[in-house]
Write a protein that binds this ligand. Sequence first.
Ligand SMILES: Cc1cc2nc3c(=O)[nH]c(=O)nc-3n(C[C@H](O)[C@H](O)[C@H](O)COP(=O)(O)OP(=O)(O)OC[C@H]3O[C@@H](n4cnc5c(N)ncnc54)[C@H](O)[C@@H]3O)c2cc1C
Length: 420
Amino acid sequence: MFNQRKLEFDVVVVGGGSAGVAAAVGAANVGAKTLIVERNPYFGGAGTHSSVFSYCGFFAQAEPLQQVVGGVGAQFLAELSAIGPEIEPRRNPASGNVIVIADGEKSKYALDRLLLRAGVVPRLHCQVIGAQVQGNRVVEIECVDHAGRLTVSADAFVDASGEADLTTLAGGAVRFGDDEGQVQAGTLVMRIGGVARDVPIARELFTEAIQLGKQAGIDTLSKEKGMVLRLASGDILALFVDESVNGLDAASLTAAEMSARQQAWSYLDVFRRHVPGFESAYLIQTGPALGIRETRHVRGQYTLAGEDVLSGVRHLDAVARGGWPVEIHQPGAPAVYQQIRDKSYYDIPLRSLAVEGFSNLWCAGRIISCDAIAFASARVMGTAFATGHAAGVAAAQSTRFTHPDADLVRAELLRQGALV
Ligand SMILES: Cc1cc2nc3c(=O)[nH]c(=O)nc-3n(C[C@H](O)[C@H](O)[C@H](O)COP(=O)(O)OP(=O)(O)OC[C@H]3O[C@@H](n4cnc5c(N)ncnc54)[C@H](O)[C@@H]3O)c2cc1C
């Protein structure tokens, strides 16, 4: 009645966000028999499950437009354009930051298409809960769905879980948050309808409305300055609802989700009362899940430092590029930015993706080995595509007991259209 409960693959990717999908496609393109395991009913991670629709990190701040992520990331952008309408990078005239907006439904479909075309075996609704280790190798993972447990063995694994679940289950070294154990804020994204297309979206109007609400005694409002975006559909995305949360702990997450929903209704109330044109605004959706920016970081063979990022460092074993400035979110406070030198990019070395103490375990996305400042840049989704792609290729090229040479990984990434 049920599918086979014991599976064997060349490469298994845990987590199907931006990093995981790129890793799986990259590995499959090398010729590896590849499985991707995702606990949600769709791929995309925060880009779909928390409605983070603005993709940062595909382009640096430099002018003219400088693309810093190619390969699977570029295929994703092409797939979005093929679904239509054509995606257009948007530059913020004040900051110079360049983003790409992708509605969650389009992202889900585009990622399905990328995975299927590459021949990756997808497994949704499936959570990884255990890992078997022999010596310095992960040999098998344990997963659970409603039918029970299943096990998957493989030659190499990529941890793209966003929370470093696989590395932790395998006994690898991780750090929670920064050196003091502090993490960036969690945020619940609000999608708002009922606002005419010609209503101007000026950020200061929202700040004034929130301040008026606070003066009137509403104490369930956190941030005064947040991000507000108009989608092609005419809907508004608003990122104001911050929570201090431990994204690993169900009790903390439950309290934060419920408090965030209360905040969202308070924000809607003050926008309706005080922002011109928002009188009939209504909440289309929150989340679905509270967005978690940060929990664990893997300890790799090299820890990318804030100084590397800000100075635009170059590495001989570079396998990915980061082009987004450092962006730090403390709960309730406006985002703080620090520029990369020359508004260009920095290199991410293969060693930051190699999990310390393991010969066949790689990490990708927001958990790569970096300090708190470097994380604040490397965490964005464009960069997650780049580190994921590199980790997937490295995993597919790992022999049974050794890491591939960085030159080999770089050559294959170039063959697959990556920018390294
Ligand atoms: C509120 C908020 C706003 C943000 N704004 C932006 C922005 O504007 N632009 C931008 O580019 N980035 C933004 N980011 C950052 C960005 O969204 C993340 O850093 C990025 O999604 C990281 O990609 P990832 O693939 O590493 O992880 P994720 O997107 O978190 O994906 C990890 C995936 O792994 C799955 N998973 C986890 N554990 C398991 C398990 N044990 N078994 C199976 N599956 C598992 C999860 O379900 C998830 O789908 C924002 C983040 C937040 C929270």
